[in-house]
Design a protein around this ligand. Structure first.
Ligand code: PMM
Length: 288
């Protein structure tokens, strides 16, 4: 069968399999683990645990993006994330900073982060593109249609796969015009962001990931513990979604499938299960 390898990304050598990005949310209210790692010490310990469990990247974020979340300012975000980024990087971890604020990205990179993960793909802060261009750091551009407070009102598509692909293409083009090198860019379908559970938008994007891979950039997928899996695994009458911390088996199954499709990385909470899943997928892809 013969699978194409993901295209090159500055600063990241090929490892022959999908990378595992472990999540450290230093927030009181994220989708799935809000509040658990809210103080710096607990977040650092958690991040080190993910790193030692085999994460290739540890993603540190200080602003919740769960549906309905209110924004926080850059100062509060810096207070949350900087000590965590600094300590994890000092311990030798590969750290990414999950932020929509250019100033947070700049200071986090100064503290040792080597990748900027912006769920808005640079749309939330006009200064982000210039920072990314001047710093040369790899940049995750997620599909985004607006802030979490009302993003679910924007979950309308003619064809979600075609529309998300086109919007990501447009974003890449704007960023390149702003001086970002194409080889700095990773794309992400934005699972759960302005995507409707009733219209199966998340499933369509995962099933047709090849169309995003076709853009010629590495693809990151953040499906771990998200609501579409809670809906899939719902039970009872009336049906109740499976709670986030009981979605890890389904998250790992999703990882195996997207890694087999050629995803560059998965952003996940449960690192060991997902490391196993990407190894299965790599072996699957290597088989003649
Ligand atoms: N999802 C969340 C936060 N950051 N970053 C990227 N690139 N892709 C995602 O899908 C993504 C992200 C929200 O999930 P969480 O609250 O479980 O961290």
């Amino acid at each position: 069968m013969g699978f194409a390898e993901p295209p090159p990304l500055v600063g990241f050598a090929d490892v022959g399999r999908c990378r595992v990005m472990g999540v450290v949310n230093v927030t009181p209210d994220s989708f799935s683990d809000g509040g658990r790692w809210f103080d710096a010490e607990a977040a650092i310990e958690h991040g080190l645990g993910l790193w030692h469990a085999g994460a290739d990247i540890v993603d540190v974020g200080g602003e919740s993006t769960r549906p309905g979340a209110q924004r926080i300012d850059a100062d509060e975000e810096l207070r949350r994330v900087l000590p965590v980024v600094r300590e994890l990087a000092a311990a030798g971890a590969v750290v990414s900073i999950d932020t929509m604020h250019a100033d947070v990205a700049r200071q986090a990179v100064g503290a040792g982060a080597v990748l900027v993960n912006d769920v808005s793909g640079g749309l939330a802060d006009d200064a982000m593109a210039a920072f990314v261009a001047s710093s040369g750091v790899p940049f995750v551009v997620m599909h985004w249609r607006g802030h979490s407070v009302d993003m679910q009102t924007r979950a309308h598509y003619d064809d979600v796969v075609v529309d998300v692909r086109r919007e990501l293409e447009q974003r890449i083009s704007v960023l390149v015009d702003a001086g970002v090198d194409t080889e700095q860019i990773v794309v992400d379908p934005g699972i759960g962001f302005a995507k409707s559970l009733d219209s199966d938008h998340n499933w369509a994007l995962l099933r047709h990931l090849d169309q995003l891979i076709d853009l010629g950039r590495p693809v990151l997928v953040g499906a771990s513990r998200k609501a579409f899996l809670g809906r899939l695994l719902e039970s009872g009458d009336p049906a109740v979604p499976r709670p986030p911390d009981e979605r890890d088996h389904a998250s790992a199954a999703t990882t195996a499938l997207v890694a087999a499709s050629g995803a560059w990385a998965v952003r996940v909470h449960d690192v060991p299960a997902n490391v196993d899943a990407v190894l299965v997928a790599a072996r699957w892809r290597a088989q003649a």
